[in-house]
Each structure stands twice: as C-alpha cells, then as structure tokens.
Design a protein around this ligand. Sequence first.
Ligand SMILES: [Zn+2]
Length: 121
Amino acid sequence: MNEEIAEQLEEKIQEIESALEEMEDLINQSGNEGALSRAQAYWIAHITTALRKETQYLGGSMCCAEETIHEILGDARCTICKSRIQEDEVDEHLKSEHGEMFVNEEELMESMEMYYERIEE
Ligand SMILES: [Zn+2]
C-alpha cells in the first residue's frame, strides 16, 4: 500500500523536475542570460533542493520530498540505542554515535546490518 504511494510520489517529483527543465529551456530560448542565471540561482535551486537531498546546488531543505517518501516507507531503528534512523543513514549513525564500539571501518561496515531493524507500521 505505502509502496504504491511512495511510487506515485516519486513520479510526481520527476514531473516537477521535468517541468523545471522545460521552464529553464524556455527562459534560455528567450536569450535573456541574466534572467536565466537569476532563475537558476534562486527559484530553480529552491525547488530542486526541496525535492531531493543530493542536487547540484549548495544547501538543502531540512526535509525534502525524497525524505518524505522514506518516512512513508517506514524507517529503521538502531538496535543499540533504539533511536529512529533512516535506512541510508545507518552507517553514519553507527559511526557518529557508536563509533567507539568498532575497531575499524571494516568491522563497522560488516556490522551494519546487525545493528538496525526495520520498523513495520
Ligand atoms: Zn544508535
């Protein structure tokens, strides 16, 4: 059920991204370079960073559309401290919160799957 919703949300993100590309292209066609670079520096960058965590632009939203999808899909829990973490943040969490437990990076990577569990809702 939520997988389907997540899929639809991802499609909507892609629709906004392609609409943005078309808008950028239209502004480019006007030949007004100043307008284009200001658009890219402000509203195009704002919308783009509001959608995804990794973009070509500096900075990002505290919560982007991509993260909302992760939340809906259900996140994971650290089995050591029981705090909620996103699945793709597990290694970062283990390193920063429980780094002293591991001898080296290799051991940490091997242990990653042992130290989190999915939360099913
Ligand atoms: Zn933890």
